[in-house]
Write a protein that binds this ligand. Structure first.
Ligand SMILES: CC(C)(COP(=O)(O)OP(=O)(O)OC[C@H]1O[C@@H](n2cnc3c(N)ncnc32)[C@H](O)[C@@H]1O)[C@@H](O)C(=O)NCCC(=O)NCCS
Ligand SMILES: Nc1ncnc2c1ncn2[C@@H]1O[C@H](COP(=O)(O)OP(=O)(O)OP(=O)(O)O)[C@@H](O)[C@H]1O
Length: 198
């Protein structure tokens, strides 16, 4: 029976960096950010509801302008709450479907990479929780650099999620991604070897 690993952590701490490595090692990865993109493609029911709720301002024709929606919800907690109410049920259904499908295969490890795994209570879908961390200063710097955000915008995004401390308290495994990527890979390999997963 495959182990389902829930991979999470606060924004820009390095989940994708770890999930990319697990993918390179050959493990199947379900990426909640990709699931979230799929359900807001043109013509999807959730896309229509986003238009009804937030108006045409967040669209270019049929296509959702993610940058505009991001700017709106990460600076207004009520809007973010509405967005979560709209999107999370459909995201959960798709994630559950993908886990069920992968469990029918022969993989010994299935990875669920989900930034809001703990906030949204996905613990019941996974067997182990891996939290990726880095110091707040490193996290902010990487976030600003990657997404071209101001200091204020980056801080607002960090504050829209649970604190790193709270996530670490709920973790089975903590991966410190504050140093080099090679050092992070070493920690992942150590865990895989301990669990005899490779
Ligand atoms: C607001 C949106 C349009 C911004 O899109 P954008 O392309 O700029 O960012 P992207 O989707 O790559 O997300 C980047 C990071 O933002 C953080 N984030 C995304 N959604 C949320 C949210 N609802 N609450 C808190 N943090 C979030 C995550 O750490 C995520 O990895 C997009 O993030 C979105 O649709 N969010 C809602 C869907 C969701 O809840 N996704 C998380 C799945 S568990
Ligand atoms: N150890 C590292 N050293 C230097 N840069 C890194 C390291 N790990 C990640 N980065 C960079 O930091 C940024 C954030 O990393 P990544 O995208 O993996 O985070 P994430 O947790 O998946 O973010 P999100 O929650 O937004 O999806 C990226 O630009 C990535 O290239």
């Amino acid at each position: 029976m495959a182990i389902v690993l829930g991979l999470t952590g606060s924004i820009a701490t390095g989940k994708s960096t770890v999930s990319q490595y697990l993918k390179e090692l050959g493990f199947p990865v379900i990426d909640a950010d990709i699931v979230a993109r799929k359900i807001v493609a043109p013509g999807q029911p959730v896309t229509q509801r986003l238009r009804q709720t937030f108006g045409n301002q967040i669209f270019e024709g049929d296509v959702l302008n993610r940058k505009k929606l991001g700017n709106l919800v990460f600076s207004d907690s009520e809007a973010l709450k509405k967005l979560n109410e709209l999107m999370q049920p459909a995201i959960r259904v798709e994630i559950e479907f993908q886990i069920r499908t992968l469990k029918k295969g022969s993989d010994n490890l299935i990875v669920l990479d989900a930034p809001l795994l703990l906030e949204q209570g996905y613990q019941s879908l996974v067997d182990q929780i891996m939290v990726v961390t880095s110091s707040s200063a490193v996290q902010l710097e990487r976030l600003k650099q990657r997404d071209g955000l101001s200091d204020k915008e980056a801080r607002q995004r960090v504050l829209s999620q649970w604190s790193q401390k709270k996530k670490i308290e709920m973790a089975d495994i903590v991966i410190d991604n504050g140093r080099s990527i090679e050092e992070t890979h070493r920690q992942v390999l150590k865990w895989l070897d301990n669990r005899k997963l490779r």
